[in-house]
Design a protein around this ligand. Sequence first.
Ligand code: CA
Length: 222
Amino acid sequence: MRVLLAEDDEYLLSALTHALKHKDYTVDGVRSGTEANAALLSAPYDLVLLDLGLPGMDGTNVLSELRKRGEDMPVIVITARDRVEDRIHGLDIGANDYLVKPFDFRELEARMRAVLRKSHWRNQLELEFGSLKLNTNSGRLCMSDQELDLTPKESCILHALMSKAGQVVNKRLLVEQVSDWKDESSENAVEIVIHRLRKKLEAADVSINTVRGFGYVLEEKK
Ligand code: CA
C-alpha cells in the first residue's frame, strides 16, 4: 500500500511517516505542492494524504490538477483550515475525506482504511488459488476456513503473486510495491515480507517458491 504524504510541517511529516511505516505502509513524503504534483505524475499511489497550505503550489491546486487528469485515487485532506467553507471546497474539488489538525493518528488510520475500502469496493476483487482466497480490498486472507490478517505489504505482495499464480513474478516488480524513495534495502524488504508470508502460509496447500536470480512463484504443493 503506497501512500504519498504532502506536508510542509517538518515535525508532522516525520512523525506521520514514522507512524505509517510502523503500520507497514510504504510512504513517500514531500514538503511542497510542486513536489506533490510531480510525485503524482510520476508514480502510482494507493492513497494521498494532502495538506492544503503548502509552499510552491497550494494543496487545493494539487488536488484539482489530479482530478482534472481523471485520476480517482483516494485523497484525504489534512489541514489546519477548519472553516466549514474550506471543508466544503475541499470535498467539492475531489477530496474523499477531510481531517482537521490536530488529530489522533488512530483516527487518520481508520479514515485511511475507510477510503481504501470504498475505493476498492468499485472493483472489488477476490483472488483465489488453491485453498487461498484473498480479498485485495481488506487484505483479509482466507485459508480453507481459517481467516488470516495480512499487513498492507504482505497483502500487496501476495496480491501480485496470486494474480500471476503459477508464473514467476520478477523480484524488481515486487520491490516497487514495497519500497519508498529513501529505502535502499528494498530487496531485503521484499525478502522479509516473503519470509513472513511463508510462515503464515505454512499450513496452506500452496507455497511461495524462489526462482533464483529472478523472483518468486506461487505454486501448489506437490
Ligand atoms: Ca501546511
